[in-house]
Write a protein that binds this ligand. Structure first.
Ligand code: NAD
Length: 467
């Protein structure tokens, strides 16, 4: 296979013209017909399939992502999303009859039309650099928008391959890719948009929301979270260990929805730690260093950040701990911490670190979870039904997986999004179409209704009494 060319940033000065071009295409109505959108979605599908080896190779180079993960969580996720959009587009795009309309007003034929928002910007992160760019793109195409995409410069090989797919297979007058880092993204934010869809950290999310607010541009923000897992003494400890370990080994823990820390009832702590070690041996009989089944940290900066979090922790190492800067390797590492103010809890690790904080009971676990972050992206309670129901009731979160790691975040058709400072808006499944759609309420007043309508015209004297 040919090697992937080096990422070249788009010339900043060219950005306004590129965006204006894509915006002008929207005004030509080109993306309105459903047939056009379906053709573009099918082309996107084939672009992904034709380039699947290059996509997998780029994921490997950028994140050390193995064949299984790249296929399942990047490629398949996207192709399933595209097929689902194609199969449902006609149904989603149909005018909706308005509900709960009084009989007399039905004569106005009220309905809701699904309009594209216009020209939209999608900014992607590095961790699932394919999935988190292409899945929103499929929704934006399905809804009839023109789109500019900004892949993460931190996954440069994927960025190059995706530009080839998007601009090579789709209509380039409607869909363009801008490559770059902060200066290029800043230039993009200076342009007029009908929506900005951003996935990434909350700090940059705030910059984007502020900039968008200047022009009242709507935003969807898919941000990070310090997600709690909770294990009560009634949980199935073996299952909890196996499932939570999975939640941290995928993508070497660089998953926005994986648990950031685990609150474990003291009564089952030793068993949980032992089961974690057993699961680790079972998943990686030869360790995580030399296997295709465990990735690497994206870059030196992130590796250093994770190392600092571990160095500053006051906790006790229970499992793992090996780190190698030259390879950006961090072994899945479990650390027992003493307090919720430990460095491993106060920030999102976004790496294969598993701090465990022992608690006395569920009351304490719920209190700590709410104190650490009152609106995380995900919540993972393990226990009996009464206990997990209580966690769902008393801890807010964007989504939740009961008795599992981030399973809810793995379903391509289940709406996905944060709440509070873990994000706003949702996408996936029909929510992806809705995310890029304006629901336009329309009435049509027949001319023959004028007699009845004339009641609304002045002079009003005496009219109120007659109604
Ligand atoms: P990143 O470094 O890839 O940045 C995301 C995007 O923001 C990139 O395209 C980047 O170019 C752009 N960007 C960076 N700085 C900018 C600035 N100053 N102005 C404008 N644009 C800028 O990704 P990241 O933010 O480091 O990703 C990790 C974070 O993303 C974690 O917090 C993680 O939880 C979150 N995340 C959330 C989701 C979700 O779906 N909710 C998914 C993946 C990652």
């Amino acid at each position: 296979m040919a090697s992937i060319p080096q990422l070249e940033f788009t010339n900043k000065d060219a950005i306004p013209d590129i965006v204006n071009g894509v915006r002008s295409t929207f005004y030509t109505q080109k993306t309105r017909p459903l047939e056009f959108r379906l053709v573009q979605l099918r082309k996107l599908y084939w672009g992904m399939i034709d380039n699947q080896n290059a996509i997998a190779a780029a994921c490997k180079q950028d994140l050390g992502k193995g064949h299984f993960e790249a296929n399942l969580m990047e490629l398949d996720f996207c192709t399933q999303t595209i097929i689902y959009c194609c199969n449902n587009l006609k149904k989603w795009a149909k005018d909706e009859t308005a509900k709960d309309i009084p009989l007399a007003n039905k004569l106005l034929f009220p309905k809701i039309r699904k309009e594209p928002l216009g020209c939209v910007l999608i900014i992607g992160p590095y961790n699932f650099p394919v999935n988190l760019l292409i899945a929103p793109l499929a929704g934006a195409i399905a809804a009839g928008n023109t789109v500019v995409l900004k892949p993460s410069e931190n996954a440069p090989n994927v960025a190059v391959v995706l530009q080839k797919v998007i601009e090579g297979y789709l209509d380039p007058s409607c869909y363009r890719v801008i490559q770059g880092a902060i200066p290029e993204t800043t230039a993009l934010l200076e342009q007029k948009w009908d929506k900005i869809f951003y996935t990434g950290g909350a700090t940059v999310g705030t910059i984007i929301a502020k900039k968008a607010a200047e022009t009242l541009t709507p935003v969807t923000l898919e941000l990070g979270g310090r997600n709690p897992a909770i294990i009560t003494k009634n949980a199935d400890i073996r299952l909890a260990a196996r499932r939570l370990l999975w939640g941290k080994i995928v993508n070497a823990g660089q998953v926005c929805v994986s648990q950031n820390y685990t609150l474990v009832d003291k009564e089952v702590l030793d068993r949980f730690v032992a089961e974690m070690k057993t699961a680790m041996k079972e998943y990686y009989p030869n360790g995580t260093r030399n296997t295709d089944d465990f990735g690497r940290i994206i870059n030196d900066r992130q590796w250093q950040r994770l190392k600092k979090m571990v160095d500053e922790s006051k906790g006790k190492l229970l499992m793992g701990g090996e780190m190698d800067e030259s390879d950006r390797y961090i072994e899945p590492t479990m650390i027992q911490v003493n307090s919720q103010t430990d460095s491993l809890l106060v920030d999102e690790s976004f790496g294969p670190l598993m701090p465990i904080l022992p608690v006395n009971n569920l009351d304490e676990a719920i209190r700590i979870a709410n104190e650490v972050h009152d609106t995380p992206l995900g919540l993972y309670p393990f226990g009996n039904k009464k206990e997990t129901d209580r966690c769902l009731r008393e801890i807010r979160s964007g989504g939740a997986s009961v008795n599992d790691g981030f399973m809810h975040g793995s379903l391509p058709t289940l709406p996905f999004g944060g709440v509070g400072d873990s994000g706003q808006g949702a996408y996936r499944g029909q929510a992806s179409f809705d995310c890029f759609t304006h629901r336009r309420s329309i009435t049509s007043t027949p001319s023959w209704l004028e007699g009845m309508m004339s009641a609304r015209y002045p002079p009003y004297t005496g009219k109120l009494e007659k109604l």
